[in-house]
Ligand binder design. Sequence first.
Ligand SMILES: Nc1ncnc2c1ncn2[C@@H]1O[C@H](COP(=O)(O)OP(=O)(O)OP(=O)(O)O)[C@@H](O)[C@H]1O
Ligand SMILES: [Mg+2]
Length: 438
Amino acid sequence: MIPQPFLNTIATKHHLSKAELEVLSLAMEGESIGAIADLLKISEDAVRKRLSEVYHKFQIVGRGPVKLPQLQRQLMKQYQEQLKAQGDLALNISLGTSYHLTQPQINNSMDWDGAPDVSVFYGRATELALLKDWIVNQGCRLVSLLGIGGVGKTVLGVRLAHQIQEHFESLIWRSLYFAPSLQEFLDQLIKVLSLNKETPNLNTVDQQISWLVSYFRSYRCLVIVDGFESILSRGKLAGTYREGYDNYGKFLKRIGEEPSKSCVIITSREKINEISYLQGETSRVKSLKVEGLGEDARFLLKEKGLSAEENWQQLIEDYRGNPLMLKLVAATIQEVFDGNVKDFLETTFFTHDVTGFVRELLDQLSELEAKIIVQMANEKEPIILQQLRENLSGVSSQDVISAVASLRQRALVEKSRDGFTLPPVIRATLGNGYHLPN
Ligand SMILES: Nc1ncnc2c1ncn2[C@@H]1O[C@H](COP(=O)(O)OP(=O)(O)OP(=O)(O)O)[C@@H](O)[C@H]1O
Ligand SMILES: [Mg+2]
């Protein structure tokens, strides 16, 4: 049988959608059209339609009934060729927690699993140069890309991975969007890295981690973990794990501390505590704060066909160069104001699309964080810590300080010489009927 990770990789190469891959995977397992329709709760016609799209993308021609066997043969052949090229991976499991990989193995597998396309990508030359230096020259083994939602962490991660992949034997890109348990997540990594062959009996998460740590010591793997905030908690300070997920921290600690030829890059809206403890100038664990696009956001506005260039600076500044928010607002400017930024700014500077997105970010806050930003929204001038503490009677100074630090980390609060303030979009959202979380 053809293993799923191989199918995933090949599906990405042939631009199959998730729905098409799903049907293909079941068909490759020998399921009939009727069974696939039942399993996916769709009509048989829909299954046939998806399959015919798959045949088209794999350039399989001929009569209907012969297409599936033809595709199966083609995929099996490619899979066997890949296996042959990669040689055998012999695993010699020693007792205890350390595993030795005996035969040298060139994996050369690239598993992008549905990472976004980054053919349109502006700016970030400084960030890319710095990240490359950390990873390729300094041998960093754990790097986080932190920043507010929509700022461009995911596409920066993908772009970076494209640029440095030649320095690695294998590459895996995985999203944590569906919040897999650590065990599921590591199981997937191990399957891909061992090319889905017999993996040793790894009964516990600790054994899985040890296997990976050994593997990372022997081979150069680049692993990109996207959307780490999915396993972090809502309603708590930034960086708090969801219940049952704190073993991810243990995994990162070992990756950060033990010798390795590999690198794990993580994108996250919230800080990752283990990385905060380990990072440092001379350490092989580092974090990059991803800020807005700045001047380069102009390329984005140009691409969207906006006009009144003399007002673009203002728009970019209001949104702190956040590409997702700028894209959202640009669509409205295009539809309602014929693309004229000046006309738009004379009316307002934000839209419901944007405030909807910002509300999502605010929903993550702890009760105290939410109270603090509501206070800040009520003040026109920057507010100082002392004032905040006085207004929040009954709350300890330490709690106020931690909550402000958490808000700063989430990039929802800015700091000037005169005190703390809110970025315009956050202020606007709060002024538009925000309710404190219960
Ligand atoms: N440098 C860039 N050039 C062009 N478009 C960009 C750039 N950075 C981000 N974008 C666009 O902005 C949007 C948001 O980017 P991305 O998904 O990478 O953000 P993110 O920080 O990962 O957000 P989230 O926290 O929601 O996962 C995407 O549509 C992306 O294509
Ligand atoms: Mg992202």
